[in-house]
Design a protein around this ligand. Sequence first.
Ligand code: COA
Length: 247
Amino acid sequence: MDPGTERSQPAPDLDVATPDAGTADRQGRQVVMFGDGQVAELAHYYLVNDSPHDVVAFSVDRDRIKSPSFRGLPVVPFEDVAVQYTPDRYSMFVAVGYPRVNKIRQEKYTRAKAMGFELISYVSSKAIVWPSAEIGDNCLIMEGNIIQPYARIGNDVVMWSACHVGHHTVVKDHCFVSAHTVISGNVIVEENVFFGVNATIRNGVTIGREGVIGAGVVIMKDTAERAVYIAPEPRLMAFTSDRLPNL
Ligand SMILES: CC(C)(COP(=O)(O)OP(=O)(O)OC[C@H]1O[C@@H](n2cnc3c(N)ncnc32)[C@H](O)[C@@H]1OP(=O)(O)O)[C@@H](O)C(=O)NCCC(=O)NCCS
């Protein structure tokens, strides 16, 4: 609980759906995955092993194709993907990390939608998402996340493992939340924010659009648009571990 943090105005509206346990889509879909890097490799693993969906191909920009296949599946040019895999039969998932404060993923997400594709979301069966929480499309919600009642996650949000999203918090579109981030209750996270591992956000604050909240940073006040926070360097002591009497 975050006592005493009632917002004076209701949280802003988001165009999102209520997830089912295990995955945000009950019905299995044939999915073309955008990307051929480690995020795509992981997303493929999660979808194949922990969702009703089937991955049928990967897709990247034509001039970035390194190999005709990846993980045993064809790699098709993104420019032509809707010809071979028509949006009426296939869905997409854009599996890209956080470069350019999530804008590369956002751009591919927007193009896939413009081509007419439905974008599926993955929610790990090992995440705890209360039914009243809402999750948008093209989200990747990994194991151990806790999304409390009345929290809302927008579209195209990546949540790495074991994060906490408190009650009545809104995480808007195209954010990347690294492992073990704690976002307390009644927080508003504007679009395209990046959180490094173990970032901690106090209840009731607003994180400005395109902000970068570095690993281990503790935020206690509202942050400005595009603000960058870096945690202080740990102190290197002048003695070595063999000199510690209790270890
Ligand atoms: C905030 C963060 C993103 C910055 O990363 P970065 O751009 O690689 O920057 P670095 O950490 O290499 O460097 C920081 C230093 O460069 C400086 N710096 C970086 N960009 C700068 C710029 N454009 N202008 C001036 N100084 C700059 C910083 O002030 C800082 O200075 P210092 O050496 O005096 O401390 C990083 O600290 C961080 O927390 N990364 C998250 C890691 C993580 O959680 N990864 C998990 C992903 S799943």
